[in-house]
Every structure is written in structure tokens, then in C-alpha cells.
Design a protein around this ligand. Structure first.
Ligand code: ADP
Ligand code: MG
Length: 246
């Protein structure tokens, strides 16, 4: 199996704040890694480093064989990495002035020179896949939060990513819409997509993750199969966190 993500000794600072501390993490092709931890522990920063949305100070990072050096080093693979990595945020970040269909067509046409005809067909196929094939002509604000997030997932998939990053994709949703987004993510995982997911949905983590990682103050203090981490956490920080959220 090939390793899509290789992180070695990664350290990241915001000014004097040491946010990521000696992170070692590899993700295999087809693997679903769920990252859990308290607010402010560095989960978002970690996955934002993976597609170069944040720079890091020390260590090494490789995504699908493309190296991305620490701050000041060689960043020439950044565009390649961005093409291969899809990201879905808590706030859907759709383009408000574009229809749902155009939101999905934009990146393939701009970044990959996909023709309009092909981009349109892809957008419509992906909207069907996330269960909102009938919403293509609407604008984002005309959709519910759960529908908007499904558009955001379809938009990321349109670039045919090798890796999908999710940063609390259901945290901004009303409770009744969480399930429909998790269903789409569950399907993606089943189809073999490699995923790194930050979430507080512990049921999803237990069911879908191949591996769960617990971060405390910028360090990975526990990792393992979901049943092991949830039923038998070894680290006392993990135990305390899980006793609060489960
Ligand atoms: P999490 O996603 O686990 O809640 P974050 O990765 O967002 O944590 O944040 C980790 C730490 O870094 C927090 O202390 C946060 O306040 C800080 N932080 C995050 N982004 C920035 C930024 N752009 N500038 C300064 N500090 C930041
Ligand atoms: Mg976060």
C-alpha cells in the first residue's frame, strides 16, 4: 500500500505559541483517519498544513510523493498538492454569486482546463451522487446548511482528489442535517477515498475510521483502532476527553 501523506517531526508556531509538536503521521491510500481533541489542540492547524494552507517551521511533509518544505524552503509542489487534495470546511465557503452547478464547475475549468461541457456533466453527476441532483440551478443561500455542505463536498470531488480533508464538516449544521452529510462521507469512505477528518461525531468516528488520533496541546498522545481508543484509552488525557464527550 502506498502512503499518501507522510508527516515527520512537524512543528508549527503561531508567533511564540507552539501549536504542533513533533507530529509524526502517515496516512495510507484508502485509509480514513479521524482526528479528535479539545478545542484549540491544533486539529485544524494540522490538516491545514497538509494542503499548505498553513506553513510549518520544522519537519517534513509529503503528499502523494510531492514534498512541501517548511517555511522558507521549497514550495514548488504547492500547486500540485492543492490539485490532489480536496478540503471541506465547517463554514461551507461556497461562492455566493454562483449557482450550485457553477460552484462545482469552476475549479476544474480554471485549474485543469476541463471543457465547459465536461465540467457541467461532472457537476450534475456529483450532485446526483450527494443526493441533490435537483438543486443545480439554485444559489447557495437558497439551500439548507446540509445541502450546502453536500455541494461543498461535490465541489471538492470535482477535482478528482486523491485525499479529502474535512474540518468539522457538521459543526455548523442544525442537528437534523448532520446525518445527511455524514451519510455522504460514509459512502465516500466505502468507495475507498483516503480521508482525514476532524470531527466531534464520535459515532461516525467509531463506525467509519480505520484509525483515530487524539491530539492534546499539539501532540499526538494516542492513536489506534476506534474500538481500542474509545473503549480502552491508554492516555489519561484521552480518558478525560472521552469521558466529557461520550
Ligand atoms: P483546533 O482546530 O483543535 O480547535 P486550532 O488548530 O484551530 O485548534 O488552533 C490551535 C491553536 O492555535 C489555538 O491556540 C489557536 O488559538 C491558535 N491559532 C489558530 N490559528 C491561529 C492564527 N491564525 N493565528 C494565531 N493563533 C492561531
Ligand atoms: Mg478547528
Amino acid at each position: 500500500m502506498s502512503q499518501i501523506v507522510k508527516i515527520k517531526g512537524m512543528n508549527k508556531y503561531f508567533g511564540k505559541l507552539h501549536v504542533l509538536k513533533d507530529i509524526d503521521l502517515t496516512v495510507e491510500q484508502g485509509e480514513v483517519v479521524v482526528i479528535i481533541g479539545a478545542s484549540g489542540s491544533g486539529k485544524s492547524t494540522l490538516i491545514r498544513c497538509v494542503n499548505g494552507l498553513e506553513e510549518y517551521e520544522r519537519g517534513a511533509l509529503e503528499v502523494d510523493g510531492f514534498g512541501l518544505a517548511p517555511k522558507g524552503g521549497n514550495q514548488k509542489s504547492l500547486a500540485e498538492i492543492r490539485k490532489e487534495v480536496g478540503m471541506v470546511f465547517q463554514q461551507f465557503n461556497l461562492f455566493p454569486h454562483l449557482t450550485v452547478r457553477k460552484n462545482i464547475m469552476l475549479a476544474p475549468m480554471k485549474v485543469k482546463n476541463t471543457s465547459e461541457v465536461v465540467a457541467k456533466a461532472t457537476a450534475e453527476r456529483l450532485l446526483e451522487r450527494v443526493g441533490i441532483g435537483n438543486q443545480a440551478d439554485k444559489f447557495p443561500t437558497q439551500l439548507s446548511g446540509g445541502q450546502q455542505q453536500r455541494v461543498a463536498i461535490a465541489r471538492a470531488l470535482a477535482m478528482e482528489p486523491k485525499l479529502m480533508l474535512f474540518d468539522e464538516p457538521t459543526s455548523a449544521l442544525d442537528p437534523e442535517m448532520i446525518g445527511e452529510v455524514l451519510d455522504v462521507m460514509r459512502e465516500l469512505a466505502k468507495e475507498g477515498m483516503t480521508m482525514m477528518v476532524v470531527t466531534h461525531e464520535m459515532g461516525f468516528a467509531r463506525e467509519v475510521a480505520d484509525r483515530v488520533i487524539y491530539i492534546h496541546e499539539g501532540q499526538i498522545v494516542e492513536e489506534g483502532k476506534p474500538d481500542d481508543v474509545f473503549d480502552n484509552p491508554q492516555n489519561e488525557r484521552t480518558q478525560a476527553f472521552l469521558s466529557r464527550v461520550l
